[in-house]
Design a protein around this ligand. Structure first.
Ligand SMILES: CC(C)(COP(=O)(O)OP(=O)(O)OC[C@H]1O[C@@H](n2cnc3c(N)ncnc32)[C@H](O)[C@@H]1OP(=O)(O)O)[C@@H](O)C(=O)NCCC(=O)NCCS
Length: 157
């Protein structure tokens, strides 16, 4: 699935990424996480039949991406990141809208993800999309921070 729109004279495209896009993905990844995914990690996901790596380009420049798995109607969001210079402009909102719309056509039943308990921006983003708290995984991250499990059940919609 692809989404194309013109907003304030700018071309916005949301579509699956390929290996040729990874050069643009890596700097965003490094700017977004203390323990970023590597090139190998992204290449593995591009080969993974249950994974999708979707990017949002503004005038052909990669602004953000989202990697997820969809298995038997269960969506797991693994990674969503937006380049610092594009944050706060609705890119993550558009990526999630796109992914949910795409997964709905494939029988989406539920969604879940893990997020650092201190990541207020991401937690606010997921709550905005109807996720609720599903528990805490203690010392989940390498530096000892807890993970908040967030869940959304689409069967109730
Ligand atoms: C979290 C992240 C993906 C949000 O991307 P973004 O494109 O800036 O988000 P948007 O502009 O689409 O905002 C969507 C919603 O997220 C929340 N949000 C985004 N930035 C926020 C901030 N700084 N503080 C609080 N809430 C914030 C708001 O609920 C916002 O909705 P609103 O605009 O209606 O208020 C981005 O900050 C990022 O890449 N962070 C680093 C990587 C990361 O933490 N990823 C999540 C891992 S689980």
């Amino acid at each position: 699935m692809k989404t194309h729109m013109i907003l304030n004279g700018k071309k916005i495209d949301i579509a699956p990424l390929s290996e040729g896009d990874l050069e643009a993905v890596l700097p965003i990844e490094k700017a977004s996480y203390p323990h970023p995914w590597t090139l190998v990690h992204f290449k593995d996901e591009l080969q993974n039949p249950v994974a999708d790596l979707v990017g949002c380009k503004i005038d052909d420049i990669l602004a953000g991406y989202l990697c997820y798995w969809l298995i038997a109607g269960e969506l797991q969001i693994l990674n969503v990141a937006v380049a610092p210079e594009f944050r706060g402009c609705g890119i993550a909102n558009r990526l999630l809208d796109h992914v949910f719309a795409s997964c709905h056509t494939k029988g989406l039943v539920s969604a879940w993800l893990e997020v650092r308990v201190g990541n207020r921006a991401a937690i606010a983003l997921y709550r905005r999309f109807g996720f609720s708290d599903g528990g805490v995984r203690r010392n989940y991250y390498r530096d000892g921070e807890d993970a908040l499990l967030m869940v959304r059940d689409f069967a109730e919609d």
